[in-house]
Write a protein of this length. Structure first.
Length: 481
């Protein structure tokens, strides 16, 4: 070996030995985010937002630590290169959050990844007629400052109107049924600003409606009712499912998922008529109304467990926001009238517990849990002669369900007291303080029915009892978080 190489080779080996730890550390720490959602500095973010990070390579799940400031409890999951943080309850409105992805002791991340986003004030979505008299989707602000800055705005302009709709769980998109001139209806998907209109289901020869989302926002179930030769729904709807729905987040954060898959029947048996399908919070149970049997059917989507609860009134059941429980409206026929009762159904055990007692003059309906699952708001009316008095809004604690049936005190209390006013089904605000509902002034009974006067949409503060009108005209409201 030449004399010069005798000196160079040892020097090179020494340098490689010194560089090896550095090279290992760089390789170990060569992890960086390729996409963040909500984006850096984003404003007008939904209070139901899910935080997602896509890295350039898969991390070790045990090494991932993510924090929010202000703190907000939630669930952290690592799915391949994607880190997902799902808040346990809706985020606070009009709040700036700081998200930080921390390196751990092994320093798999060179430095913390930090960014900010700001949530918006919740808004109200509802149906109201346009100038042609067709029902369209409208949006209105509910906070004082926004009300002063503008009036309600339409989101759709469907030639034959909108039948019904459902907001995605993350509050980013709206699926709705648009009526056609032949008596049918198709399903469409839009962003919450009314843009990016995309077809969900072409329902030629059928009326499609009743959309309900899976909690992950990537699947939805709806009912498809064939049209008769006269061009009207046959009243024999069946649940269909659309899987692989591309969400608004996927547009900014591509994950390799394609557009929505072709719709497919949920039940292979065409004799199974069903409507008002709803999915549990864990995505493992489906509940629907079987109209020919007047029953609520609850079925596990994997192991096939099935529960059937009789005397269903036909209203959709409502799932608990965390547990596998439902609120169901039952009908009971009396000698000269009928009553409706709310019951709590346990999907796991089959237990059925009434909310109230055995009073045969009371009609209960439209029960819904608060976002934390601790309280129940519902409608209750009392028979008076030939008709019930106006439905009022009541509230009770979930832990006290069943006490009234045992002769105890359920603690239920009325939030409204106006027998001449019919209050629609209440809907909790994302923060669990306000209830949103429609109002009608009861009119006189005539030979063709009861002539009521619509009074628009209202908000009720459950802490103070104050009520105020949101819009003077509107039906079927929903919160746009």
């Amino acid at each position: 070996m030449p004399r010069r190489l005798r000196y160079i080779v040892p020097i090179l080996l020494a340098l490689l030995a010194l560089a090896a730890p550095v090279i290992w550390l760089i390789g170990r720490a060569s992890v960086w985010p390729e996409a963040l959602w909500p984006a850096r500095g984003a404003v007008d973010v939904s209070t139901r937002a899910v935080i997602r990070i896509i890295l350039n390579r898969e991390p070790d799940a045990d090494e991932v630590t993510l924090t929010l400031d202000p703190p907000h409890a939630g669930e952290l999951r690592v799915q391949g290169r994607e880190i997902v943080y799902t808040p346990a309850t809706p985020l606070s409105a009009d709040t700036t959050y700081t998200v930080t992805l921390h390196p751990d002791e092994d320093e798999w991340l060179i430095r913390p990844v930090t960014w900010h986003f700001t949530t918006r004030q919740p808004r109200v979505l509802y149906l109201a007629p346009d100038e042609e008299g067709n029902q369209q989707l409208w949006v209105a602000s509910v906070n004082e400052s926004n009300e002063a800055n503008g009036s309600p705005a339409p989101l759709t302009a469907e030639p034959h109107g909108v039948w019904d709709y459902a907001v995605s769980p993350d509050g980013l998109r709206i699926a709705y049924a648009a009526e056609r001139g032949d008596g049918g209806a198709d399903l469409w998907l839009i962003d919450v600003d009314g843009g990016n209109r995309l077809p969900l289901a072409d329902c030629a020869g059928a009326f499609c409606s009743g959309v309900s989302w899976w909690p992950d926002g990537r699947r939805l179930v709806y009912e498809r009712d064939p049209l008769t030769s006269e061009g009207v729904p046959s009243q024999h709807p069946a649940p269909w499912v659309i899987e692989g729905v591309t969400t608004a987040v996927d547009v900014d954060m591509p994950t390799g998922e394609g557009p929505a898959a072709e719709p497919a029947p949920h039940f292979p048996d065409p004799q199974e008529a069903a409507h008002s399908a709803r999915i549990s919070a864990d995505g493992m149970w489906i509940a629907y109304i079987a109209p020919y049997r007047q029953a609520l059917v609850v079925r596990h989507l994997e192991d096939g467990r099935r529960l059937e609860v009789p005397r269903a009134a036909g209203l959709p059941a409502v799932w608990h926001p965390k547990l596998n429980r439902l609120l169901m409206t039952q009908t009971e026929l009396l000698e000269e009238s009928y009553i409706t009762r709310l019951v709590r159904v346990d999907a796991e055990t089959g237990g059925v517990v009434p909310l109230g007692g055995a009073d045969e003059s009371i009609l209960q309906s439209y029960g819904v849990w608060s976002p934390d699952g601790e309280r129940i708001a519902y409608g209750q009316a009392v028979w008076s002669g030939r008709r019930p008095l106006g439905r009022q809004i009541w509230i009770m604690d979930d832990q006290k369900v069943g006490l009234a049936a045992l002769g105890g005190d359920s603690g239920a209390r009325a939030l409204t007291d106006d027998p001449a006013t019919q209050h629609g089904g209440p809907l909790w605000s994302p923060d669990g303080r306000y209830l949103l509902y429609s109002r009608h002034r009861l009119g006189q009974l005539t030979g063709v029915g009861q002539l009521d006067t619509p009074e628009g949409l209202w908000l009720l503060d459950t802490e103070t009892g104050a009520q105020r009108q949101v819009v003077p005209q509107g039906l079927w409201p929903a919160w746009l978080p």
